[in-house]
Design a protein around this ligand. Structure first.
Ligand SMILES: [Zn+2]
Length: 287
């Protein structure tokens, strides 16, 4: 389709039109401060209070009280995780991958926040540590922890391959949410949303701008750590793509477990830090 567009004769001022300077859509200097310095101090006092192991090609649910930290930890081998987050008291508030991407970048790191959907639009979690923070951008333009991809799912798999695979991240997350809440899996599925691709190494090809993946640099012991800004219900799927260096949506790739750790800091270390309320826009929409 793009080729047909290129076949259209360019106007005489094409280069001038192309040479306009890019403008960042959402300059984020005016966001409420993340208070990262307080969190960095608080994490010095924290102790591990719970740990869950998510088997390969499965998802696990977990709860994190507001004011606690949680880590997603690589174990045994390179493994990508697909993360969903909900308000623990209200499933209608959930992680908003698209706006997180618009406010921060295609890939997130320390100091970035995971924002909730409209009309809430508040930080659900703040990233406080990332042992893959050294990776940066590689020669293919790839980085880790993207908010581009959606999650592997059995519908796209049916569309592209014509067969059914039941351990895609979408199905794993649906079963995990059903198990965590007691709601039927078909109802749970409706709450599953676009993910944070934890440890996944992705970018866009330079020639066709297609979404690509390459083998994750994560190794056992690596982790990404978050501070819970509200009471959270989370679920993470150990993607059937494993390190996502070849394929997904099948049993072909080697897959490994993921760890989820819940850490509690000394509450006095958070004194003076405000927890975010839902967005203050009155929802009148001009009426
Ligand atoms: Zn997946």
């Amino acid at each position: 389709m793009k080729q047909e567009i290129r076949d259209v004769a360019a106007p005489a001022d094409a280069e001038e039109r192309r040479s306009k300077p890019p403008v960042v859509v959402y300059p984020n200097e005016t966001l409420p401060p993340s208070g990262l310095n307080i969190l960095q101090a608080a994490r010095q006092s924290m102790t591990k209070v719970d740990e869950i192991i998510v088997p390969p090609r499965e998802a696990g649910g977990f709860r994190v009280p507001k004011g606690h930290f949680f880590r997603i930890v690589g174990r045994e081998g390179p493994q990508v995780g697909d993360l969903n987050l909900w308000n623990a008291d209200d499933l209608s508030e959930r992680f908003f991958s698209g706006k997180t991407r618009a406010l921060h970048a295609t890939h997130v790191g320390v100091g970035d926040r995971l924002w909730s959907n409209l009309p809430y639009l508040r930080p659900m979690a703040t990233i406080t540590h990332d042992t893959l923070g050294w990776y940066g951008w590689d020669n293919d333009g790839a980085g880790v922890h993207d908010v581009i991809g959606t999650r592997c799912d059995p519908y796209t798999n049916r569309l592209l391959k014509g067969n059914d695979y039941h351990h895609c991240c979408h199905s794993n997350l649906s079963r995990a949410l059903a198990s965590a809440t007691g709601i039927p899996v078909r109802d749970a599925e409706m709450h599953v949303h676009d993910v944070l691709n934890v440890f996944m190494c992705t970018g866009f090809t330079r020639d066709t701008h297609q979404y690509f993946m390459k083998a994750s640099p994560v190794r056992p012991g690596d982790f990404i750590e978050f501070f819970a800004e509200i009471d959270l219900l989370g679920a993470i799927s150990a993607c059937p793509g494993g390190d996502c260096g070849s394929g997904h949506s099948s049993d072909a790739a080697p897959c490994y477990p993921l760890g989820i750790e819940i850490w509690r800091p000394d509450p006095t270390s958070l004194a003076g830090r405000n927890f975010p309320e839902p967005n203050a826009y009155p929802r009148t929409h001009g009426l």
